[in-house]
Write a protein that binds this ligand. Structure first.
Ligand code: HEM
Length: 518
């Protein structure tokens, strides 16, 4: 009897301590830390809209965005900051260039000062990173893969995968890129021969870049990976929706329709990925292959076998998270870059012709060799201008995990810094009066500041690991497309950019394609 009472007492004490800890952590997270950060920032003159309860400024932000994107744009106008970041426009007018707003209980400071941004991204990459809210938002999507990793975990993961994106390894992908593009061009040609004239080119680009990433990084084809891509796309949309409610404590455990669907989609994606991984391991085990291979998946599997001195280990879940990260990051962004570039060239016959002439001269009617791509300077300028006007990633988030000082500005631990890439790329002050015009010529002079005014791939050590891969891919695809077809924008194209994690054309990009004489 006495033992039972003692056990009950211990359980009671444990229960009370647990409740106390939960209450203490909640008060700390929801009240004390935000209040402290607000005071510190106010003292430095950084203010912003008044937050409302635990949702902060989320409602106002989403209502402004849904208003501004409720209609299509009247013409193909590239002045899209007011449409896609209306909250940024409103709050920066009211509170100045540096302002603070609340994404639920997470304080986010908008920073547009390009010198400070450069300092932040180049000097503080190990003490800044992705916030808890962001990590939770993509927990079931890209998990703890490179995109969402922080600190030492990020450092080790980045070191492991970096060789897949460098030097000769990178060049070796060009043959796959050319092969996949030929396949896509043939299917366009077949469709034209069967009488089709109008194409939603975004679909073709999305399929093509998915095929390329599947072949180059995972040695599988799009057809094999098709199911994974479809499931990942649904997962992305569901996670983007669900992350709006993350500010409510425990919301991710609520048995809502979204949460249930997210869990089942995630399980299905993981099951399919596990099949790919298992078949690669089986090949080695039964002796059909002597190694796991040198593509990204091979690199990851080899690493899992190693015992490392630094205690960092890759497990199966992390490999699957990495696969999802690269499937997602490696195809959607590049597909969007290509789609927007085709839209811009289809609306500007002069530039289209100039690029075609350059491609003809450099590639001599054949396919572009990897070592000649740097000679496609006009094409490079067009791609840069497209990335300036429609950067797939509209904002770059960085949370401070330690107090940091950026020149005159003190950033307390726990404050997230939001860099509005789209607004910086469309700043008249930085780019001049023609900022909203498609003018690739501006990239002819070296006066623009790469890594400061132009940051489509971020900057510093935590920049896009696939930048060279994406640029090589974009040049090969555009060079091959432009030498086979001329394209004009269709009357059915409705200009309506929207942001769902990345900038997308709401209804796709419809173009008329006309085959050119060989
Ligand atoms: C036009 C194409 C692309 C654009 C505009 C782009 C843009 C970006 C940006 C802005 C970041 C930084 C995100 C952040 O820190 O919040 C990033 C990171 C990343 N990108 Fe890309 N990307 C592109 C293509 C690719 C490709 C082709 C791959 C892979 C094959 C890739 C893989 C990644 C990965 C893994 C990260 C995380 C890097 C890290 O945190 O260390 N990206 N990308």
């Amino acid at each position: 009897m006495a033992t039972l009472v003692v056990c009950l007492m211990i359980l009671l004490v444990l229960f009370i301590s647990l409740v106390f800890k939960v209450v203490f952590d909640t008060v700390l997270c929801y009240l004390l830390i935000p209040r402290r950060i607000r005071k510190i920032m106010e003292k430095q003159g950084v203010r912003g809209p008044k937050p409302r309860g635990i949702t902060g400024n989320i409602h106002e932000m989403f209502s402004l965005i849904s208003q501004s994107t409720s209609k299509d744009m009247d013409t193909i106008d590239h002045d899209i900051v007011g449409r896609l970041l209306p909250h940024y426009v409103k709050w920066s007018k009211l509170y100045g260039k540096r302002f603070i707003y609340w994404h639920g209980i997470e304080p986010r400071m908008c920073l547009t000062d390009t010198d400070l941004i450069k300092e932040l991204m180049t000097k503080h990459h190990l003490v800044t990173g992705k916030s808890w809210l962001q990590q939770q938002g993509s927990k079931h999507f890209t998990g703890r893969g490179l995109l969402m990793a922080n600190g030492q975990d990020w450092y080790h993961q980045r070191r492991i995968v970096a060789p897949a994106f460098m030097g000769d390894k990178l060049k070796s992908y060009s043959a796959h890129m050319v092969e996949c593009t030929k396949h896509m061009l043939q299917s366009l040609q077949n469709a034209v021969e069967s009488g089709k004239t109008e194409f939603e080119i975004g679909e073709y680009m999305s399929r093509l870049t998915a095929d390329i990433i599947a072949r180059t990084e995972f040695d599988s084809s799009y057809d094999k990976g098709k199911q994974i891509f479809h499931l990942l796309t649904s997962l992305q949309h569901h996670c983007a929706q669900a992350s709006r409610h993350l500010c409510f404590p425990g919301s991710r455990f609520f048995p809502t329709k979204y949460n249930r669907e997210i869990k089942s989609l995630k399980m299905e994606v993981d099951r399919l990925l596990l099949e790919i991984i298992q078949s690669r391991k089986d090949c080695v085990e039964i002796g059909r292959s002597s190694s796991y291979g040198s593509d990204l998946l091979g690199i990851l599997l080899n690493e899992m076998e190693k015992k490392r001195a630094d205690n960092f280990t890759l497990n199966l879940q992390l490999i699957m998270d990495e696969c999802k990260t690269f499937f997602f990051a490696g195809h959607e962004t590049t597909a969007l870059l290509l789609t927007w570039t085709i839209m811009l060239l289809a609306s500007d016959p002069d530039w289209q012709e100039k690029v075609r002439a350059e491609v003809k001269q450099v590639c001599n009617g054949g396919v572009p060799p990897a070592d000649q791509l740097s000679k496609l300077t006009l094409l490079n300028m067009v791609i840069s201008e497209s990335l300036r006007l429609y950067p797939p990633a509209t904002v770059l988030p960085r949370m401070a995990f330690k107090n940091i000082k950026l020149r005159d500005l003190f950033i307390p631990k726990g404050l997230s810094i939001w860099i509005p890439v789209l607004a910086i790329h469309h700043s008249e002050e930085l780019w001049g009066k023609d900022v909203n015009e498609f003018n690739p010529e501006r990239f002819n002079s070296k006066s623009f500041a790469s890594g400061r005014h132009f940051i489509p791939f971020a900057a510093g050590s935590r920049n896009c690991i696939g930048q060279s891969f994406a640029m090589m891919e974009a040049k090969i695809i555009l060079a091959m497309l432009i030498s086979r077809f001329s394209f004009t924008i269709s009357e059915s194209y409705r200009h309506a950019p929207v942001v769902v994690m990345t900038i997308k054309p709401k209804y796709g990009v419809q173009v008329y394609l006309k085959p050119l004489d060989p």
